[in-house]
Design a protein around this ligand. Structure first.
Ligand SMILES: [Zn+2]
Ligand SMILES: [Zn+2]
Length: 202
Protein backbone atom coordinates (compact mmCIF):
# COMPACT_ATOMS: atom_id res chain seq x y z
CA UNK A 1 0.00 0.00 0.00
CA UNK A 2 1.36 3.37 -1.06
CA UNK A 3 0.50 6.54 0.87
CA UNK A 4 1.54 9.15 -1.67
CA UNK A 5 0.79 9.94 -5.30
CA UNK A 6 4.39 10.63 -6.14
CA UNK A 7 5.75 7.82 -8.31
CA UNK A 8 9.28 6.80 -9.05
CA UNK A 9 9.34 5.29 -12.52
CA UNK A 10 13.02 4.42 -12.84
CA UNK A 11 12.58 0.76 -12.03
CA UNK A 12 9.40 0.15 -13.98
CA UNK A 13 9.77 -2.54 -16.59
CA UNK A 14 8.97 -1.50 -20.17
CA UNK A 15 5.60 -2.34 -21.67
CA UNK A 16 4.12 -3.92 -18.55
CA UNK A 17 1.42 -2.43 -16.35
CA UNK A 18 2.72 -1.64 -12.90
CA UNK A 19 -0.14 -1.48 -10.42
CA UNK A 20 -0.07 0.45 -7.17
CA UNK A 21 -2.71 0.26 -4.47
CA UNK A 22 -2.87 3.66 -2.80
CA UNK A 23 -4.32 5.08 0.40
CA UNK A 24 -3.82 8.81 0.71
CA UNK A 25 -4.79 10.94 3.72
CA UNK A 26 -7.18 13.62 2.43
CA UNK A 27 -5.07 16.30 4.14
CA UNK A 28 -2.31 15.44 1.70
CA UNK A 29 -4.57 16.26 -1.27
CA UNK A 30 -5.66 19.61 0.16
CA UNK A 31 -9.28 18.61 -0.07
CA UNK A 32 -10.57 21.51 1.99
CA UNK A 33 -13.96 22.27 0.60
CA UNK A 34 -16.64 24.31 2.25
CA UNK A 35 -19.54 22.18 3.52
CA UNK A 36 -17.86 18.92 2.49
CA UNK A 37 -16.27 16.60 5.03
CA UNK A 38 -14.01 13.83 3.77
CA UNK A 39 -14.75 10.83 5.97
CA UNK A 40 -12.20 8.35 4.63
CA UNK A 41 -8.76 8.56 3.06
CA UNK A 42 -8.63 8.43 -0.72
CA UNK A 43 -8.11 4.83 -1.83
CA UNK A 44 -7.72 3.22 -5.21
CA UNK A 45 -5.47 1.83 -7.89
CA UNK A 46 -2.92 3.63 -10.02
CA UNK A 47 -1.63 1.80 -13.09
CA UNK A 48 1.59 2.89 -14.75
CA UNK A 49 2.86 1.84 -18.13
CA UNK A 50 6.22 2.84 -19.51
CA UNK A 51 6.29 2.75 -23.30
CA UNK A 52 7.96 4.28 -26.37
CA UNK A 53 11.09 5.93 -24.99
CA UNK A 54 10.06 6.50 -21.40
CA UNK A 55 6.65 8.02 -21.97
CA UNK A 56 4.48 7.08 -19.01
CA UNK A 57 0.81 6.29 -19.32
CA UNK A 58 -1.10 6.64 -16.04
CA UNK A 59 -4.56 5.35 -15.29
CA UNK A 60 -6.00 6.04 -11.85
CA UNK A 61 -9.23 4.91 -10.21
CA UNK A 62 -9.74 6.47 -6.81
CA UNK A 63 -12.61 6.78 -4.38
CA UNK A 64 -13.56 8.14 -0.98
CA UNK A 65 -16.64 9.00 1.10
CA UNK A 66 -17.83 12.46 1.93
CA UNK A 67 -20.43 13.95 4.21
CA UNK A 68 -22.43 16.85 2.79
CA UNK A 69 -25.50 18.80 3.72
CA UNK A 70 -28.62 18.28 1.62
CA UNK A 71 -29.55 21.44 -0.28
CA UNK A 72 -33.28 20.86 0.32
CA UNK A 73 -33.77 19.35 3.78
CA UNK A 74 -30.43 20.55 5.22
CA UNK A 75 -29.73 17.12 6.76
CA UNK A 76 -26.17 15.78 6.59
CA UNK A 77 -25.74 12.67 4.43
CA UNK A 78 -22.88 10.53 3.14
CA UNK A 79 -22.01 9.78 -0.45
CA UNK A 80 -19.37 7.73 -2.29
CA UNK A 81 -17.17 9.76 -4.57
CA UNK A 82 -15.36 7.93 -7.37
CA UNK A 83 -13.01 9.41 -9.94
CA UNK A 84 -11.01 7.97 -12.80
CA UNK A 85 -8.47 9.76 -14.91
CA UNK A 86 -5.76 9.03 -17.46
CA UNK A 87 -2.59 10.96 -18.07
CA UNK A 88 0.41 10.78 -20.33
CA UNK A 89 3.82 11.98 -19.15
CA UNK A 90 6.77 12.70 -21.39
CA UNK A 91 10.29 12.82 -19.96
CA UNK A 92 12.30 15.96 -20.50
CA UNK A 93 15.01 18.01 -18.87
CA UNK A 94 13.85 21.02 -20.79
CA UNK A 95 10.23 21.89 -19.98
CA UNK A 96 10.37 24.65 -22.60
CA UNK A 97 10.25 22.00 -25.32
CA UNK A 98 6.92 20.69 -24.11
CA UNK A 99 3.84 21.78 -26.00
CA UNK A 100 0.84 23.25 -24.23
CA UNK A 101 -1.27 20.68 -22.47
CA UNK A 102 1.43 18.03 -22.43
CA UNK A 103 2.62 16.70 -19.11
CA UNK A 104 6.28 16.10 -18.49
CA UNK A 105 8.42 14.55 -15.81
CA UNK A 106 12.13 14.68 -15.10
CA UNK A 107 12.66 11.07 -16.14
CA UNK A 108 12.57 9.85 -12.54
CA UNK A 109 9.47 10.83 -10.58
CA UNK A 110 6.15 12.56 -11.05
CA UNK A 111 3.31 13.63 -8.81
CA UNK A 112 -0.38 13.18 -9.63
CA UNK A 113 -1.74 14.61 -6.34
CA UNK A 114 -3.17 17.69 -8.01
CA UNK A 115 -4.77 15.60 -10.78
CA UNK A 116 -6.37 13.39 -8.15
CA UNK A 117 -7.61 16.38 -6.20
CA UNK A 118 -9.22 17.96 -9.25
CA UNK A 119 -10.74 14.67 -10.41
CA UNK A 120 -12.39 14.17 -7.01
CA UNK A 121 -13.57 17.74 -6.57
CA UNK A 122 -15.33 17.71 -9.93
CA UNK A 123 -17.37 14.69 -8.75
CA UNK A 124 -18.78 16.55 -5.76
CA UNK A 125 -22.22 17.93 -6.55
CA UNK A 126 -22.67 21.70 -6.41
CA UNK A 127 -26.25 21.23 -5.21
CA UNK A 128 -26.09 18.05 -3.11
CA UNK A 129 -29.34 16.19 -2.47
CA UNK A 130 -29.74 13.43 0.13
CA UNK A 131 -32.07 11.71 -2.35
CA UNK A 132 -33.63 12.48 -5.72
CA UNK A 133 -37.00 12.37 -3.99
CA UNK A 134 -36.07 14.56 -1.02
CA UNK A 135 -39.21 16.43 0.11
CA UNK A 136 -37.24 19.28 1.66
CA UNK A 137 -38.52 21.52 4.41
CA UNK A 138 -42.01 22.97 4.78
CA UNK A 139 -41.92 26.62 3.70
CA UNK A 140 -44.39 27.45 6.40
CA UNK A 141 -43.20 25.74 9.60
CA UNK A 142 -39.75 24.43 8.60
CA UNK A 143 -40.48 20.78 9.39
CA UNK A 144 -38.44 18.15 7.51
CA UNK A 145 -41.10 16.70 5.22
CA UNK A 146 -39.09 13.49 4.71
CA UNK A 147 -39.67 12.68 8.38
CA UNK A 148 -43.08 14.04 9.29
CA UNK A 149 -46.11 15.84 7.96
CA UNK A 150 -47.42 19.14 9.17
CA UNK A 151 -50.80 20.89 9.16
CA UNK A 152 -49.62 23.39 6.54
CA UNK A 153 -49.38 20.71 3.83
CA UNK A 154 -51.64 22.69 1.47
CA UNK A 155 -49.18 25.56 1.22
CA UNK A 156 -47.76 24.11 -1.99
CA UNK A 157 -51.10 24.10 -3.78
CA UNK A 158 -51.94 27.64 -2.75
CA UNK A 159 -48.53 28.83 -3.90
CA UNK A 160 -48.83 27.13 -7.26
CA UNK A 161 -52.23 28.74 -7.87
CA UNK A 162 -51.23 32.25 -6.89
CA UNK A 163 -48.79 32.97 -9.75
CA UNK A 164 -51.28 31.82 -12.40
CA UNK A 165 -53.72 34.52 -11.26
CA UNK A 166 -51.04 37.11 -11.84
CA UNK A 167 -50.11 35.64 -15.20
CA UNK A 168 -51.23 37.67 -18.25
CA UNK A 169 -52.86 34.49 -19.57
CA UNK A 170 -54.95 34.05 -16.45
CA UNK A 171 -57.78 36.08 -18.00
CA UNK A 172 -57.88 33.87 -21.10
CA UNK A 173 -60.21 31.17 -19.73
CA UNK A 174 -62.50 33.91 -18.52
CA UNK A 175 -62.51 35.61 -21.94
CA UNK A 176 -63.20 32.29 -23.62
CA UNK A 177 -66.11 31.66 -21.31
CA UNK A 178 -67.55 35.09 -22.08
CA UNK A 179 -67.07 34.54 -25.79
CA UNK A 180 -68.80 31.15 -25.58
CA UNK A 181 -71.79 32.48 -23.72
CA UNK A 182 -72.01 35.41 -26.14
CA UNK A 183 -72.00 32.98 -29.06
CA UNK A 184 -74.65 30.92 -27.37
CA UNK A 185 -76.90 33.90 -26.84
CA UNK A 186 -76.25 35.08 -30.44
CA UNK A 187 -77.19 31.70 -31.86
CA UNK A 188 -80.23 31.70 -29.63
CA UNK A 189 -81.21 35.06 -31.03
CA UNK A 190 -80.67 33.81 -34.57
CA UNK A 191 -82.91 30.85 -33.94
CA UNK A 192 -85.50 33.13 -32.53
CA UNK A 193 -85.24 35.36 -35.56
CA UNK A 194 -85.50 32.37 -37.89
CA UNK A 195 -88.46 31.05 -36.04
CA UNK A 196 -90.00 34.47 -36.13
CA UNK A 197 -89.36 34.59 -39.87
CA UNK A 198 -90.82 31.10 -40.15
CA UNK A 199 -93.95 32.05 -38.34
CA UNK A 200 -94.21 35.25 -40.32
CA UNK A 201 -94.01 33.23 -43.57
CA UNK A 202 -96.75 30.85 -42.70
ZN1 LIG B 1 -32.71 16.12 1.67
ZN1 LIG C 1 -45.51 23.02 7.73
Amino acid sequence: MKDTLVFDVRYIQDGVFNNHEVEIPTSQLELDLEDVRFINPVRGTVQLLRHSEDDIYVKAEIFTDVEMQCGKCLEPFEEDITATFELQFTPTNNPGEIEDGERYYDGETFDISEDARQALVIQIPVWPLCSQTCEGLCYECGINLNKEHCPCQNTDEIESETPSVNSPFAVLPQLLETAKSENKSKSKNRKEIISKDGTSKT
